[in-house]
Structure formats: C-alpha cells, structure tokens
Design a protein around this ligand. Structure first.
Ligand code: FCB
Length: 437
C-alpha cells in the first residue's frame, strides 16, 4: 500500500465506522423493536430474511473491537446510537441498560485514545414511531430532538463530534420511494414528507444538542458521482434530475435554504404544508460536514412518470456490491461541495470502503487497492483546496449489510458469523502499516 499517514497533515484523523443495528445485536440488552425487524421479517425484503438480532454481537464483544481499532493505530471511531436501545418505545421511558452501554463505550474509546464520533440515527427507527408514520410524521423532528437530549445528557460531555442523522437520501428516498430499505414504502407523498422531515429533525436535534453545550456538531450525507449514460439531451437531463435528488436536495436545504427546482418539479405537489418556511430551522450553523462516498452512476432517461431515470451498468471494475470503482469521483464530489456548499467548513470523509468476497483463498488485495486509490483522490482534493480533516473507513467489521444480509463483506476485520470470531484481513494490516509511517 502506498498510503502513509505522514502524507497527511498532523491533525488529520483516521477512523473506522460502524452502525448500531449492523453490529451490536439488537436482541440483547432490552432494546425495543425497530422497523428493520419487521421489514426483514417480511418475505422478499432481505436476503434470507436475515436481521440484526445477533449481528456481530458487538454488544458483548465491544472491548475486543475497540482493542482492534487501537492496535490498528486509528485516531477515532464513528459509531451510532440505537434509538430503540435507549428508548424502546421511541418516546418516554429510557432503558437504563442501553444508555449505560453507550456510556461504557465512550469511556472505553477514551481509555484507548480513540475519539468518539457519534451519529444519533443510523436507520433503526423504533417500531412504535414507525406505527405513527415515522419519517412522514412532522413530529419526528421533536421525537429525534428528545432522543438527542437523552443521549447527549449522558455522553455529550465526552464525544469528539456528533451528527444527528446518517445519509438523509437513504432515510427518505431509498426507503420511501424505492422501497429498498425499511419501512419499504413506494409512495411519493411519504417520500416528499420524509425528505423534508429528515432535515427538520436534523435542525431540531442540532438545536437540542447546542442547548446542552455539545460541541463539534455536523451532518453526514452520501453522494454519487453521476454521469449521463449516453451523450444525448435526454440522458443529460435525466442525469441532472438524478443528481438533484441524490446529491443536491439535502445540501440545498442545509447550506442554501432552498431545494433544487429539478426536485420540486416532481415533489412540490406532495410536500408537507409550510415546508418553505422551515429553512432557518434546517440551516443551523454546523462545525463540519461529512461525506459518504462509494461509487458512480450512469443515468439514462426512462419512460413513465417523474423522475423518469434509469441506471445503466457502467464499464469499470465492480465491487461485491456490483458498484463501479471510481476513485476520482471522490475528488469530484469533494471539490464540487467545497465550491458550491461547504466553503471553508472542515469536511470529513465519514464513509468509504468496498465489499469483497469471503473466499479464504482470495487475498484482500482489491480492498487495499480501493482504499489506496481513494486516499490518493482525497489527497488530490486537499491539494485543490478542500479543507479535509479526516478519513473514515467503512467498515471496521463485516456486518449486517441491510437488505443484502450478511454476505456483503465491508470489514477490515473478518467476522465468522457462525462463531463470531474476528480475524483482521490483509487490508487491516496494510492500513496499520500505513498509519505507522
Ligand atoms: C452506507 C451506509 C452503511 C453501509 C454502507 C455500505 O450507505 O451508511 O450503513 O450500509 O453504505
């Protein structure tokens, strides 16, 4: 691996990321049911109907997992707090055991000189809130802010950074329009409401955390490097529309106080009442911005109603997810964001990594090459003036890859899902070496 820590500024942070439902084992410790438990129990939604009830059993093995990060030489750990673990009904009663878990986790990180970077919501909505309409209900902004208060009253004095929500596009579009994640809806009105409420919930949670004195608060969005599949006006228009939905809607709300016209042309008729008066709430000042980047997309025009876009398979080598590997897309996204939205705000890459198969005879070389190429692209973006402050590998462990179950392996550490044994992969050791240089 070419990567060396010394090629980056001294205070640049290297981290690994996970999320609660994907690793903890939701069946343990008094956590309440979530919409991922019911989504996965519904035939056809998740490969082999797998769920996060046991996952990596991080709930009991967290010390071993923290030791692995410390031994790798990382500076920080990006994890999330499960809403239903802390508040099994989503509102009201607190599960003391759940809150204790995150308290111990934060102390365990600090003892190992790892900075805790917390995301409050990484997708497992308590079922009781889902029953009330979940992200389509405007009250979710208050529900999430109350959860933020409960969590941060306990750990807010010791976390390095905090973000309310992971990847608004997945929370809203992927889950309510494409129906590919919980709650699995395909409804344009629910989508429009969720797209907006995910941002009002962000805003109220930032306010709640600021009121408690929590420092270093940001937002985390995901981006794809979007290209027209053909050089035709129709494909260009379709790609622009796809890009507006995926890349521009949420940063439009957060940084510009406006949603792109190319999205409103389809969603405006379905938006919640008074949406256009919420931008001062949504645009709370932030201390940093997080970018999750994995791949690019080739988009063609489709027949049928708005948004009339279709993905076309691209020519580049692909990961186990079938995602094209396009490292310069990371540079494109970072420089585009800096010029148009984030300016002087520090930016973190909050997720980047690849799924690669589990065949023991296959070395981990593709993942090493993927990480090397993306770190180099990040460096190029820094040279072009992007104030990049850190890079986070997705993921520390092989884990529950949502609707694709356990077979897509993103980990730097292999997990045997029969006996839960952890085994660092070649990419773990390559990064360990790079971090020591
Ligand atoms: C991101 C999610 C993360 C994981 C990776 C592969 O969209 O934030 O939980 O599923 O993709």
């Amino acid at each position: 691996m070419n990567f060396a820590r010394s090629d980056f500024p001294q205070d640049f942070l290297f981290a690994a990321a996970t999320s609660s439902y994907q690793i903890e084992g939701h069946g343990f410790g008094g956590a309440g049911p979530t919409h991922w438990d019911s989504f996965s129990a519904t035939p056809g939604n998740v490969v082999r109907a797998e769920n996060g009830q046991r996952a990596c059993d991080h709930y009991h093995r967290w010390e071993e997992d923290l030791d692995l990060m410390q031994a790798m030489g990382l500076d920080a750990y990006r994890f999330s707090t499960s809403w239903a673990r802390v508040m099994p009904e989503g509102r009201g009663a607190v599960n003391a055991e759940g809150l204790d878990f995150y308290d111990r986790l934060v102390d365990g990180l600090l003892e190992r000189s790892l900075k805790p970077m917390v995301t409050l919501y990484h997708w497992e909505l308590p079922s009781a809130l889902s029953d009330c309409g979940g992200w389509a209900n405007p009250d979710i902004a208050h529900w999430l802010a109350d959860f933020a208060t409960v969590v941060m009253e306990r750990i807010g004095d010791r976390v390095y950074s905090a973000a309310p929500i992971n990847e608004p596009w997945c929370v809203a579009w992927l889950s309510h329009f494409l129906g590919l994640q919980a709650p699995g809806l395909r409804d344009i009105r629910a989508t429009a409401h969720a797209m907006h409420h995910v941002l009002t919930a962000h805003g109220r949670s930032v306010q709640a955390m600021r009121a408690l004195g929590v420092r270093n608060i940001g937002a985390v969005c995901n981006f794809e490097d979007v290209h027209p599949a053909q050089d035709t006006p129709a494909a260009h228009k379709a790609a622009d529309r796809y890009r507006a939905i995926y890349n521009e809607f949420f940063v439009g709300g957060l940084f510009k106080g406006a949603y792109p016209d190319a999205v409103l042309e389809g969603l405006e008729a379905h938006m919640p009442k008074g949406w256009d008066t919420d931008f001062s709430l949504i645009g709370q000042p932030l201390d940093w911005f997080g970018v999750n980047y994995y791949t690019c997309k080739r988009i063609a025009a489709d027949s049928g109603p708005w948004p009339a876009v279709r993905e076309i398979e691209g020519p580049l080598p692909k990961t186990q997810m079938g995602w094209e590997i396009k490292p310069d897309g990371l540079e494109t996204i970072l420089t585009w964001l800096q010029r148009n939205y984030t300016g002087a705000l520090p930016v973190y890459i909050t997720e980047n990594g690849m799924a690669h198969g589990d065949d023991p005879g296959v070395p981990d070389a593709p993942r090493i090459a993927y990480l090397d190429a993306h770190l180099t692209a990040a460096k190029r973006a820094m040279n072009a003036g992007v104030p990049l402050a850190g890079y986070t590998f997705w993921s520390l462990l092989d884990n529950y890859e949502w609707s694709l179950g356990y077979e897509k392996r993103f980990g730097l550490v292999h997990v045997d899902f029969d006996n839960l044994k952890r085994t660092p992969k070649a990419s773990y050791y390559a990064l360990q070496q790079g971090l020591s240089r």
